[in-house]
Design a protein around this ligand. Structure first.
Ligand code: HEM
Length: 211
């Protein structure tokens, strides 16, 4: 879980950095250029297979853990004060992960399916003559319900990361009394900043703020 989790965290950094180029105020030219590079470069395409494998392993491992934990105690305790021993989000990783998975199915249908399979030619080209993924994003986020689904997806990601970030280091045995505080603070900052940047994308594209 820890290894695939950290791998997916790395993907989120790259994804947020490239998507953040929508705020360059250049009609999506820089964003489209990078998105095109990511979609056509052979090495990146091979890494994409790794990304999907990582995602599948992370989900399968998580579900296995969840069911193992449940079957380890088929008869529930008469009384548990779980709030005293763990946080709500650490006990709800499976639920949050499932919500993120639902979000991902909708998300891949919106963009990945189009860029890889059904095509985005109908959106024309940008000022640089490049295929216009930026125009697809603007179009998708005209629908306020889609914006709400994306913001909710980012919120689930925030809760999931809040526990998952530090947990990944612990699972890999990379925790140490000396560094635990740094890991914890970095994890909290990451869990807030990255999902917030993602959530602002559909919002800004919908309202035309800075894009
Ligand atoms: C909320 C704001 C987000 C926006 C506007 C956004 C936008 C996009 C776009 C435009 C693509 C297509 C790139 C391409 O095919 O060239 C894409 C792909 C993808 N996104 Fe997102 N994304 C967002 C959040 C997320 C989050 C939070 C996750 C993960 C939890 C995620 C996971 C993915 C994956 C797995 C792909 C496919 C990667 C690939 O093309 O290899 N995205 N996203």
């Amino acid at each position: 879980m820890g290894l695939t989790g950290l791998f997916l965290i790395t993907f989120l950094i790259v994804h947020a950095s490239i998507n953040g180029m929508i705020w360059f105020n250049d009609g999506g030219v820089t964003f489209n250029k990078w998105a095109h590079f990511m979609g056509t470069n052979l090495i990146i395409r091979i890494m994409e297979i790794g990304l999907f494998l990582g995602l599948i392993i992370h989900v399968a491992d998580g579900l296995m853990l969840y069911f193992q934990n449940r079957s380890a105690r088929p008869v529930k305790y008469v009384y548990t004060d779980s709030a005293a021993n763990s946080s709500w989000y650490s006990r709800s990783m499976a639920l949050l992960g499932t919500l993120i998975l639902l979000f991902l199915v909708i998300h891949l249908y919106h963009f990945w399916m189009r860029t890889r399979f059904t095509g985005i030619e109908s959106y024309g080209v940008d000022a640089d003559g490049q295929e216009n993924l930026y125009a697809v994003m603007k179009d998708v986020f005209q629908n306020p319900i889609v914006v709400i689904i994306y913001v909710a997806g980012c919120f689930s990601l925030f809760w999931h990361l809040l526990h998952g970030f530090k947990s990944a280091f612990q699972s890999l045995g990379l925790n140490h009394l000396k560094y635990n505080e740094v890991i914890e603070v970095t994890g909290i900052a990451f869990s807030i900043v990255v999902p917030f940047i993602f959530a602002m994308m559909p919002v800004c594209l919908h309202f035309g703020w800075g894009v």
